[in-house]
Write a protein that binds this ligand. Structure first.
Ligand code: ADP
Length: 805
């Protein structure tokens, strides 16, 4: 603004100077013009007066040379000579008394002009030989105005002797001035040295008597210099005028040509106006430019302020970033970076600045990085990659996503790079975990032989289905995913929805439905369904098991079991009835054979008595067998309720039943530890131990007293109880056979028995959900093992059994 003000001031100073100079120039030009015109007039004036003066001098010479010169000759010569001068009106000669003696106009001769001031001047001139020029004078003789040029005459003694005069036409002077008048020159004057105006343009009526004696020319200029130019207020019209003047050297005449200052400056006024207008226009232009510049400056300063603010914002933004922002030269010399980047390096900013970051990159990575940087061009100035790098600060490996932008100048020279690194380790880990979960889901859901459906419980839409489902239902997976569960479940949709709602409420997770396949076939399915939420939406995950075959099989099995149970019952009924009813005739046979034996006792020879004895024994054995059979058939049909049975107590009772511990039985029983509680029928369990203990006593070794050891151990989900003896033992090839009905390893005569005891044991154990087997070493002894399903691990219900009874 100040600058433009200065420019404007300068412009106007220049305009002022220019106008001033122009004014001075105009005045100078006018001065030159008036001076040269004045000179022209002066020269012509001088020449004319020279001619007139010559004429006067010649006339004087003529007069003085010949005193007796004849008046007529003189007049004639005057006439002849004056004919050469158009300006010359007439000539005459005055005598010392002022009377006209000789005149080219005869009527003038004799006229007394002694009263004329010029005559007075000549007479009192002190003998000075000079030319006098009068003011325009009215001739009384001719009645015309004329200007007289006079020269005095002197006699031989040098005394005044009259004068010679030439009368000049004033118009001649006026014409002489007219030649120089122009638009430039508005006033010109010729005057004698008295200040009498001889001629003047423009003319005035009073000119005849005008005098400029008191004007500035005569009062100021002429006393100083014979010629010059000056500016002064005109005595005639009061206008300021510039005038040049010359006082002729030889003649008493002053010539002056003038122009009003106004006229002299007319051109200048116009020029000054033009200059001023130009100056004003220029000022306006400058003002406009200044305004525009100012506006631009303001806009620029606003933009600069905005830029600074935005730079500041950018800086704070960059500083606040967790991203690793850094700028560097082509050789990776760091020139700028944010705090996060410095922290990443674990170094103070001042230390890091100016370092090449490539130096801290592990050697094997460098080539790759340099290649990536070198590949960047002005048309492709960006590069992105994901790299796992050791954090220079602590060496911890991080996944960083690097985004690099190369910067080029306008001719494509590489200036440097800016890189933004984002630590995506966590995101990467999360991504990998997601991918793993996806894979797990894919494996569990899709790559699975089980038929799986994912259902939206709100709409019933099948959201996802696996290949097994596609195979089972006969629809492609994509098609399955466009179906609703109600499209394949044959139940009414409302009921299906209710079932799904129950699953969603986790009231049910196992459902039985009938599903329709693409072929139209209806299959029985079991659906294991569980609700879960993912992404805020509920889903039902269902495993569909085709149980059509199993159902059919189960139905068949059930029918067969029913049939079997019925026939078993029939058989058992038959066995019971048979064994029960068979004993009656057996008893009769036995009684009557015994009676027959007794009545025929003295008549029978020893062989016959022995036969009768065999018959009775056979009958008894048959009875025992039937009894055993009866007992076998009763196992599992006991009236007694099932309950928790303390095996320790059952063992004690069985031992007591056998009379173990009494004087009659020499066998010893040792129980180790505490026998467990099992779920079962007490009477049958007593029976089981009774059979096992009984056999241990029966199959004793002949050389040693029987020792029975009872023990137990928990083995997984079962209790194993054993009864071990030191008897004759069993060959391992009979281990299975001994549990079969009526299978015995010894003759009846050797060891009494029916071969059904262990069969009963096995039946009891099986009806209790257990197993029985034997371990034995012949001659050493046998160990019968019984495994029961464990009922309760808390030992609160069991009671210790005495170590020995
Ligand atoms: P029984 O004892 O009436 O013959 P079991 O069914 O009780 O019928 O036994 C079948 C067979 O197993 C017996 O004949 C015997 O040979 C064998 N046996 C059973 N217990 C023992 C044992 N503790 N020691 C040796 N052998 C035995």
């Amino acid at each position: 603004m100040i600058l433009s003000l200065l420019v404007v001031i300068s412009i106007w100073v220049a305009v002022g100077l220019l106008v001033w100079r122009e004014r001075a120039e105009s005045l100078r030009t006018s001065a030159l013009l008036t001076a040269s015109l004045t000179r022209v007039v002066a020269e012509r004036m001088d020449r004319t007066l020279f001619g007139i003066d010559r004429l006067l001098k010649d006339s004087i010479t003529l007069l003085q040379a010949r005193e007796d010169v004849h008046r007529d000759i003189l007049i004639n010569q005057m006439r002849v000579r004056s004919a050469d001068f158009t300006e010359l009106r007439n000539m005459f000669m005055l005598d010392a008394g002022g009377v006209v003696r000789i005149s080219t106009i005869a009527s003038l001769e004799g006229a007394d002009l002694s009263h004329r001031s010029y005559f007075q001047d000549l007479r009192t001139g002190g003998g000075q030989d000079r030319l006098i020029i009068t003011s325009p004078l009215l001739s009384t003789a001719t009645g015309r105005v004329g200007i007289l040029a006079l020269r005095p005459l002197f006699d031989r003694s040098g005394a005044f002797d009259g004068a010679v005069a030439a009368v000049l036409n004033p118009e001649f002077f006026t014409d002489m001035l007219g030649g120089v008048m122009s638009t430039e020159v508005d006033r010109s004057v010729i005057a004698n040295l008295n200040g009498d105006v001889l001629a003047r343009l423009p003319g005035q009526s009073s000119d005849a008597v005008a005098s400029i004696r008191t004007g500035p020319l005569f009062s100021e200029q002429l006393p100083r210099s014979r010629s010059g130019t000056f500016i002064a207020e005109s005595a005639f019209d009061g206008k300021k005028r510039m005038a040049s003047y010359i006082a002729l050297e030889r003649y008493p005449v002053v010539v002056s040509v003038g122009v009003t200052v106004e006229a002299a400056l007319r051109r200048w006024t116009f020029n000054a106006l033009v200059i001023a207008v130009a100056g004003a226009a220029f000022t306006l232009l400058v003002a406009m430019i200044a305004t525009l510049l100012d506006r631009r400056d303001r806009a620029q300063s606003r933009a600069a302020a905005a830029l600074i603010a935005s730079e500041e914002r950018y800086r704070t933004l960059v500083e606040g970033q967790k991203d690793l922002i850094h700028r560097y030269l082509p050789d990776t010399t760091l020139v700028a970076f944010n705090q996060a980047y410095a922290d990443f390096h674990g170094q103070p900013r001042a230390v890091l600045m100016g370092k090449k970051w490539l130096d801290v990159v592990p050697e094997p990575m460098r080539a790759d990085i340099l290649a990536a940087l070198a590949e960047m061009t002005p048309s492709s100035p960006t590069h992105e990659d994901l790299r796992k790098v050791p954090r220079p600060g602590d060496g911890v490996e991080r996944w960083i996503e690097w985004r690099t932008t190369a910067e080029f100048d306008e001719i494509g020279m590489l200036l440097g790079f800016q890189t933004i690194g984002r630590d995506v380790t966590d995101a990467h880990a999360a991504e990998q975990a997601n991918a793993e979960r996806e894979e797990i889901y894919r494996q569990i859901f899709h790559h699975n032989p089980a038929v799986k459906l994912l259902v939206d419980p709100a709409t019933g839409m099948i959201v996802d289905a696996n290949e097994s489902a596609a195979l089972f239902y006969g629809y492609p997976v994509e098609m399955l995913k466009s179906l609703r569960i109600t499209d394949i479940n044959i139940l009414p949709p409302q009921q299906v929805r209710e079932e799904m709602a129950a699953v969603e409420r986790e009231e049910r997770m196992f459902l039985r439905f009938k599903h329709r396949l693409a072929s139209g076939e209806i299959r029985d399915v079991e659906v294991y369904s569980s609700p879960f939420h993912a992404g805020g939406r509920p889903y039902l995950s269902s495993i569909v098991v085709d149980v059509t075959e199993r159902n059919r099989f189960e139905a068949e099995l059930a029918a067969r079991s029913a049939e079997l149970a019925r026939s078993n019952a029939e058989l058992e009924q038959f066995a019971y009835v048979a064994s029960h009813d068979l004993r009656q005739p057996l008893r009769m046979v036995s009684s009557y054979v015994t009676l027959l034996g007794r009545s025929l006792a003295d008549r029978l020879n020893p062989d016959e008595s022995e036969f009768i004895g065999f018959a009775v024994a056979g009958v008894k054995r048959m009875d025992a067998l039937i009894l055993a059979l009866l007992e076998y058939s009763r196992v599992g049909r006991a009236n007694e309720d099932r309950g928790i049975v303390d095996l320790g107590e059952a063992m004690v009772e069985a031992a007591a039943n056998l009379g173990l511990g009494s004087q009659d039985v020499e066998a010893r029983l040792e129980v180790e530890g505490t026998l467990p509680m099992v779920m079962g029928v007490r009477g049958e369990l007593v029976r089981l131990f009774q059979n096992l203990l009984g056999n241990a006593i029966k199959y004793r070794h002949p050389d040693r007293a029987p020792l029975i050891r009872v023990g137990c151990r928990q083995d997984g989900g079962e209790w194993v109880v054993w009864v071990e003896d030191n008897g004759i033992g069993i060959d391992s090839k009979y281990f299975d056979r001994i549990f079969m009905m009526f299978q015995r390893l010894h003759a009846e005569t050797e060891y009494e028995g029916t071969g059904i005891g262990l069969s009963i044991c096995q039946k009891i154990v099986r009806t209790h959900g257990g197993r029985i087997w034997v371990e034995s070493e012949p001659v050493q002894g046998s160990r019968f093992m019984v495994a029961f399903p464990a009922v309760d691990r808390t030992a609160g219900l069991s009671k210790p059994v005495p170590a020995s009874v």
